[in-house]
Design a protein around this ligand. Structure first.
Ligand code: NA7
Length: 542
C-alpha cells in the first residue's frame, strides 16, 4: 500500500494573495522565514482580482491607497487617476509581485480548506482543495474582510433562465449589456459603481433598492500632477500622519470643532466646501458627527438635499434619500454621477421596502407589485464581512476547537490579530482591528509589520508559540464594544454589525477607536513583553 505522502514542511503558510498576503510574503522572505501563499483565485490581487465589475474603483485617493513600505516603489509608480480603477490597481499589484519577485512562492488556483493545529508538534496542518498537505509553524490568514460574497438569499434564485452576474466574481472578459434589459439588486458601493457605469450602455436598467445609501461625489479625474509631486516630496511626513490618524487618511481628522456649536450658515459653508472636495472628507467636518445624532442630522439633511437637487423626479428622489440611520454609520459610498443616473429615461428605481421581492422567476424578478422581465440580473448584494472568509475554512485550534464555533456568538480576538486557543495563527485586519473602518493599506501594513516582528521575536528568542490569553481577549472585545457603543455605528443595520447576513450574530466587529490609537496599543503590548499573550519556548516542551 502506498504510504500517505509526507506533508510539505515550511515555516509559514499565508492564505490569500491580495495586498495583505503579498506584503506578508515579502516581509517573511526578507527575514529568512520560508513562506508560501495559497490563493484560491486564478491570479493574484484578492479584492481587486475578483471585483472587476464595471466601474470598480477604490474610494480612497490613489497615493494613499498604496503601499508605503518601499520608497523606491512609491517614487517609481505613477497613478493616473485621483481614485484608481480596478484595472490600474490590479496592474499595480502585479507590478509589486514582479518587482519583489514574489510569484514563485505563490500557488494559485488553490483554496485552503482546513487548518488544524497539531498540539504534539506545535505546527499547523494545512489542507488544500487539491489534496495537498502542508505543515507550517505559522499560519497567516490574509483572507480579506470583504471576500466571502453573500449568496443570493432570495427565493427562486437560480431559476432565472437569463444571464446572472455577481459584482463579487465578475467574468474576466467583461459583459456586453448593449440593448439588454438588466435588473440589478443592491445599492451599496458595488451596486452604485456598477449602476453608474452600465446605465448608458444597457437597453433598460431597473434598480432594486432595499435600503437607500448615502453617497458623496468622488470628483474623480486624472491625478493632479501637483498633488502627486507634493505627495512624493513630503511622503515621510504624510505617511506618518496617516499612521497616526483616525481612519488612515491624512488631513481628514475633524479636530475639535462641533457641528452643534456652529451656526447653520457656518455649517453649510463647511459642508459645501467638503462636498466640493468630495470623498470621505464630506463626513469629517466636525468631531461630533460620528457620536451625536443631532449633529449627524445636520449633515444627513445637507446630503439629503443634495440628492433632492440632483434627482429631477421628486418621488424617485425621496426614495433615494436615506432616512432610517445616521450618515456614515454604514460605509459611505463615493460615486461619480450616481444620483444623476436616475434622470435617464432608461433607468428606473424599485423600492423594495414598499414592494419587496417575492421571488426570482425564470424570466426575471417578481415583487409584490409587478413581474419584471430581464435578459440579465446582477447581484450586488455584498459580503459576509470580516468573519465570512475565515468561517469558510475549517480552522481547528487546541483540543480541536473550531474557530467558527468559538465565534458562534460573534468574533472574539485579541487586537484583531489572534484568538486564544489558536497559537501561531495570525489574522491580517481581523475582527477587532480597525480594518474596514480605515484605509486598508495603512491597516494591512501595520498588521503585517506587527506579525513579521512577532515571528522574528519568536525566532530570536527560541520561542515556539504565541497565543492570546482568554483574559486579554475578553478585555479587548469588551473594550471594542465599549467604544462602539459611544458611536452612531450601532444605530445602523450594517455589515459592520453582521446585520446583512440572516442569522449572523449582531456584534460590532471592527475596532472604532482609530488607527493611530490602535497602533499605539499594539506597540505598547510588544513593549510590555507581549502583554496579554502567552509565549512558550522550546525548553518548556517535553
Ligand atoms: P454592501 O454595501 O453590503 O451592499 C449590498 C447591497 O445589497 C445593499 O444595498 C443591500 O441592501 C442589498 N441587498 C443584500 N441582500 C439583499 C436582498 N436579499 N434583497 C435586496 N437587497 C439586498 O456590499 P457592496 O459590495 O456594495 O460593498 C461592500 C464594501 O465594498 C463597501 O462598503 C466598500 O467598503 C467596498 P440592505 O442595505 O442590506 O438593505
Amino acid at each position: 500500500e502506498e504510504a500517505a505522502k509526507a506533508p510539505d514542511m515550511i515555516d509559514a503558510v499565508i492564505v490569500g494573495a491580495g495586498f495583505a498576503g503579498l506584503y506578508m510574503l515579502h516581509r517573511l522572505r526578507a527575514m529568512g522565514v520560508s513562506a508560501r501563499i495559497y490563493e484560491a483565485g486564478s491570479d493574484i490581487g484578492g479584492t481587486w482580482f475578483w471585483n472587476r465589475y464595471p466601474g470598480a474603483r477604490v474610494d480612497i485617493e490613489s497615493q494613499e491607497y498604496s503601499y508605503s513600505f518601499s520608497d523606491e516603489l512609491e517614487f517609481d509608480w505613477q497613478w493616473t487617476e485621483r481614485y484608481a480603477s480596478q484595472p490600474e490597481l490590479l496592474k499595480y499589484i502585479n507590478h509589486v509581485a514582479d518587482r519583489f519577485d514574489l510569484r514563485h512562492d505563490i500557488q494559485l488556483d488553490t483554496r485552503v480548506t482546513e487548518a488544524v493545529y497539531d498540539e504534539t508538534r506545535d505546527r499547523w496542518r494545512i489542507l488544500t482543495d487539491r489534496g495537498e498537505r502542508i505543515s507550517a509553524r505559522y499560519c497567516v490568514m490574509a483572507t480579506g474582510c470583504l471576500s466571502a460574497a453573500k449568496e443570493p438569499d432570495i427565493p427562486g434564485a437560480g431559476s432565472f433562465k437569463g444571464e446572472t452576474y455577481s459584482t463579487a466574481s465578475w467574468p474576466r472578459d467583461g459583459v456586453d449589456f448593449s440593448g439588454k434589459r438588466v435588473g440589478i439588486i443592491g445599492t451599496g458601493s458595488s451596486g452604485i459603481q456598477t449602476i453608474t457605469t452600465i446605465a448608458p450602455e444597457v437597453g433598460t436598467l431597473t434598480v432594486f433598492q432595499r435600503t437607500p445609501n448615502f453617497s458623496v461625489p468622488a470628483h474623480n479625474g486624472p491625478i493632479d500632477p501637483a498633488v502627486a509631486a507634493d505627495w512624493k516630496a513630503n511622503r515621510d511626513t504624510y505617511r506618518q500622519e496617516e499612521r497616526e490618524s483616525g481612519i488612515g487618511i491624512r488631513a481628514l481628522d475633524p479636530g475639535e470643532a462641533l457641528a452643534l456649536e456652529a451656526s447653520p450658515e457656518e455649517r453649510r459653508r463647511v459642508y459645501e466646501e467638503r462636498w466640493a472636495r468630495g470623498g470621505f472628507c464630506v463626513a469629517a467636518g466636525y468631531a461630533d458627527l460620528g457620536v451625536d445624532k443631532a449633529a449627524n442630522d445636520t449633515l444627513a439633511e445637507f446630503v439629503g438635499d443634495k440628492i433632492r437637487s440632483i434627482v429631477k423626479d421628486p418621488e424617485t428622489a425621496e426614495m433615494l434619500v436615506p432616512k432610517t440611520y445616521p450618515i456614515a454609520s454604514k460605509r459611505l459610498c463615493v460615486d461619480t454621477g450616481y444620483f444623476e443616473v436616475y434622470n435617464r429615461d432608461n433607468v428606473s428605481l424599485v423600492d423594495l421596502i414598499a414592494t419587496p421581492i417575492e421571488a426570482i422567476t425564470p424570466t426575471g424578478i417578481r415583487t409584490t407589485a409587478q413581474d419584471h422581465e430581464f435578459d440579465a440580473i446582477i447581484y450586488a448584494i455584498g459580503f459576509d464581512a470580516m468573519t465570512g472568509a475565515l468561517d469558510r475554512i475549517d480552522i481547528r485550534g487546541r483540543g480541536g476547537e473550531r474557530l467558527r464555533d468559538k465565534w458562534a456568538a460573534g468574533p472574539v480576538t485579541y487586537l484583531g490579530l489572534m484568538a486564544s486557543g489558536f497559537p501561531n495563527l495570525f489574522m491580517v485586519t481581523g475582527p477587532g482591528s480597525p480594518s474596514v473602518l480605515s484605509n486598508m493599506m495603512v491597516s494591512i501594513e501595520q498588521h503585517v509589520d506587527w506579525i513579521a516582528d512577532c515571528i522574528g521575536h519568536l525566532g530570536d528568542h527560541q520561542l515556539t508559540t504565541i497565543e492570546a490569553t482568554p483574559e486579554a481577549e475578553q478585555a479587548w472585545v469588551a473594550h471594542v464594544n465599549e467604544i462602539a457603543d459611544q458611536t452612531l455605528y450601532v444605530q445602523a443595520n450594517s455589515w459592520y454589525l453582521g446585520a446583512n447576513v440572516p442569522g449572523k450574530p449582531r456584534v460590532f466587529m471592527p475596532y472604532p477607536g482609530g488607527v493611530g490609537v490602535y497602533r499605539e496599543k499594539c506597540d505598547e503590548v510588544v513593549a510590555n513583553a507581549y502583554e496579554g499573550f502567552a509565549l512558550t519556548g522550546a525548553t518548556q516542551m517535553a
